[in-house]
Design a binder for this molecule. Sequence first.
Ligand SMILES: *[C@@H]1O[C@H](CO)[C@@H](O)[C@H](O)[C@H]1NC(C)=O
Ligand SMILES: *[C@@H]1O[C@H](CO)[C@@H](O)[C@H](O)[C@H]1NC(C)=O
Ligand SMILES: *[C@@H]1O[C@H](CO)[C@@H](O)[C@H](O)[C@H]1NC(C)=O
Ligand SMILES: *[C@@H]1O[C@H](CO)[C@@H](O)[C@H](O)[C@H]1NC(C)=O
Length: 439
Amino acid sequence: MYWKTLVRLAVFAASILLTAGLPTFGNETFNNGTSTPQAGDKYVFAHFMVGIVENYQLPDWIADMTAAQAIGIDAFALNCASIDKYTPTQLALAYQAAQQVNFKVFISFDFAYWSNGDTAKITAYMQQYANHPAQMQYKGGALVSTFVGDSFNWGPVKQGTSHPIHAVPNLQDPAASSSNGQRSANGAFSWYGWPTDGGNSIIQGPMTTIWDDRYIKDLKGATYMAPVSPWFSTHFNSKNWVFICENLPTLRWEQMLSLKPSLIEIISWNDYGESHYIGPYSANHSDDGSSKWATGMPHDAWRDLYKPYIAAYKSGAAKPTIDKDGLVYWYRPTPKGVSCPQDNLPAPNGFQMLSDTIFVATMLTSPATLTITSGSNAPVRVEVGAGIVTTNVTMGIGNQVFSVSRDGKTILSGQGGLAVQDQSKYYNFNVYVGGIQAK
Ligand SMILES: *[C@@H]1O[C@H](CO)[C@@H](O)[C@H](O)[C@H]1NC(C)=O
Ligand SMILES: *[C@@H]1O[C@H](CO)[C@@H](O)[C@H](O)[C@H]1NC(C)=O
Ligand SMILES: *[C@@H]1O[C@H](CO)[C@@H](O)[C@H](O)[C@H]1NC(C)=O
Ligand SMILES: *[C@@H]1O[C@H](CO)[C@@H](O)[C@H](O)[C@H]1NC(C)=O
């Protein structure tokens, strides 16, 4: 009750500030009196689509959670629709599994399905889980987030829940942060993880931090949860586009290491439909139609790439620490100009802005020479430094061969798991991701 009194006082204080024309909310006002995060307060989450795991059993959840824990992810943001009858069952299993392996979870209400009129149902979920041992707590409150749902008022949910809540909803417009006080929100989550002018507009890369900078400025010290995503391509008839984010798997993390946002949410763990999954494709999910572009296209090696970045973000380091030589590569299965007469959809919107390129991130303990042979193209040799360095070469049709040598000795060598083809049944702008580790 003490906490709720504080919130009411805070709302009252905020309304006074508002009438005085001052900032409408203060960073400390709504977050239980704790101060700005310390180095140890950095957390990394991954967006998890509950809508495609209808058949999950406890061991399925545990397998995903332990794989996420292995790279330093703290919690899953459980994206839930209101329409799925299995949401309550799967949420219960997720919380149970997380408790069992000492992982954390929180709900991310997907407002493509929920609406502002669903306060009672949302409150019931929060009341059920806010003080569960596996609930992610942040700044003294149970974390909750959304996809869209920008104008939802968290005040009544907080009043109806006996445990404090820290609400970090998705805001599509950073300037809407100024109404966080009225909506009892404690911060904002940005969905702009790819180069865009807003909405789903596609612009030329590379990714910048323009959007992050706007959120951070407009939030005035309140919690900012930044999106980190490696890729985006989708090919449904209802949505058919690709964002231009070719070097995003490393570039975005480099941005995070200098930006140091309060929280990071990786988009995503298992959204195969949008091709930005870093979790295993082998997980027991139901097919939303994305098997056409996600089958045989593993992204697991991105977890090896993310691990040192996550550790660096959490420790406040400017660069990741690499203690074992390795490399991670990613590339599309065809050149962008391939024609797919059997596909009843056109190539995804934005494809012309892509380049036909093979990407390699070397993860090295000391400098070495990287050699990439892409199809019938001549081998390209590049001197690469220690740490994580991203190199690209022009895509050639055929096998992709990678090797790294140091002091005249080959320390890494291998072939990409998929040959680039000049034909394909369906347009596929997803990427094949693989890695080579030192023995
Ligand atoms: C946010 O917190 C910092 C550090 O406590 C303080 O300097 C700043 O004025 C606060 N911002 C607002 C809007 O209260
Ligand atoms: C996936 O889940 C279903 C339903 O529980 C189960 O019958 C099936 O064996 C599972 N498949 C795998 C590969 O675990
Ligand atoms: C939040 O406030 C309550 C009541 O003052 C206190 O017991 C609790 O420790 C606080 N939580 C944090 C994380 O400071
Ligand atoms: C490939 O690398 C070059 C040299 O670093 C860089 O200028 C170019 O932007 C990169 N291409 C892509 C598509 O990232």
